[in-house]
Design a protein around this ligand. Structure first.
Ligand code: ZN
Ligand code: ZN
Length: 262
């Protein structure tokens, strides 16, 4: 069953799998960080408060790319210097200890049970963002409405699919669809080519390396799309995904990530 859940193309989707995912997310378990008994696929309240807390001195997030703004202001320097194809990013937590352990459990230890834990944190962050946007709507803020949102995971490279046998972004997106009561995610993006491992590239090389990385061969006719990924580092992968989705006719592209590199 595991390899069916992990199928990168999602072609073997069965209602049963979603039902299983729903049951798993509600069943009792242990907090993945401290081992305390918890109800459902989640962290204990203490660990959750720890990972959601802003680092000392850190400010609000850049609304476009979710980077922590150290010096205040309405957007980060990178977003001000270079427009992004996506209009907003919602990140559940910063990619820093101890929260990075949750991502590594999924990506390195291949613990698929981390997907619903991350998805729940992301759903909470999204709902908080929607509430904030509704409060700010009078000021013209972009409001994201989960009903009708199309979830699209960032496709994994062929090399990492071979290595892991699954795409962490797809796993998170499937659990997120269950959390938000949305239809199953759609695998609409195709990689045009495989790039060198992102972790070995500097910021500029990443941006150049990801331009035109994806293509969306399906017309999106005004749909509001949310790109789902595990971690956002520079935003260049999400930018390439958003550019492909906008080129296919999406009305807007938001990015939902579990973690943002501070
Ligand atoms: Zn805990
Ligand atoms: Zn930004």
């Amino acid at each position: 069953m595991a390899h069916i859940i992990a199928h990168p193309g999602g072609r073997f989707r069965l209602p049963l799998l979603d039902m299983g995912r729903r049951l798993l997310s509600r069943a009792g378990g242990d907090c993945p960080l401290c081992g305390a008994r918890v109800a459902g696929a989640r962290l204990c309240p203490g660990c959750q408060a720890d990972i959601l807390a802003a680092p000392p001195g850190a400010g609000a997030r850049c609304p476009r790319c979710a980077l922590r703004l150290q010096a205040g202001g309405s957007a980060c320097a990178a977003c001000l210097a270079r427009p992004r194809a996506f209009c907003r990013t919602v990140a559940a937590f910063d990619y820093a200890p101890p929260a990075d352990t949750l991502i590594l459990m999924l990506k390195t230890q291949l613990r698929l049970s981390m997907a619903p834990v991350l998805a729940r944190l992301m759903a909470d962050a999204l709902m908080a963002d929607v509430l904030r946007a509704e409060v700010l709507r009078a000021e013209g803020a972009h409001a994201l409405s989960p009903p009708g949102l199309l979830l699209v995971p960032v496709p994994a490279s062929r090399a990492s699919l071979r290595q892991r046998g699954m795409n962490p972004a797809s796993e998170i997106a499937r659990s997120l669809a269950v959390e938000l009561a949305l239809p199953p995610p759609r695998h609409l993006l195709t990689r045009r080519r495989d790039t060198p491992r992102q972790a070995t590239l500097d910021r500029r090389a990443r941006q150049q390396g990801t331009a035109g990385l994806f293509v969306c061969p399906h017309p999106l006719l005004g749909r509001h799309v949310a790109v789902v990924d595990d971690v956002m580092t520079t935003g260049s992968t999400a930018d390439a995904a958003a550019a492909a989705l906008l080129a296919a006719g999406a009305a807007s592209v938001t990015v939902l990530v579990a973690a943002r590199t501070p």
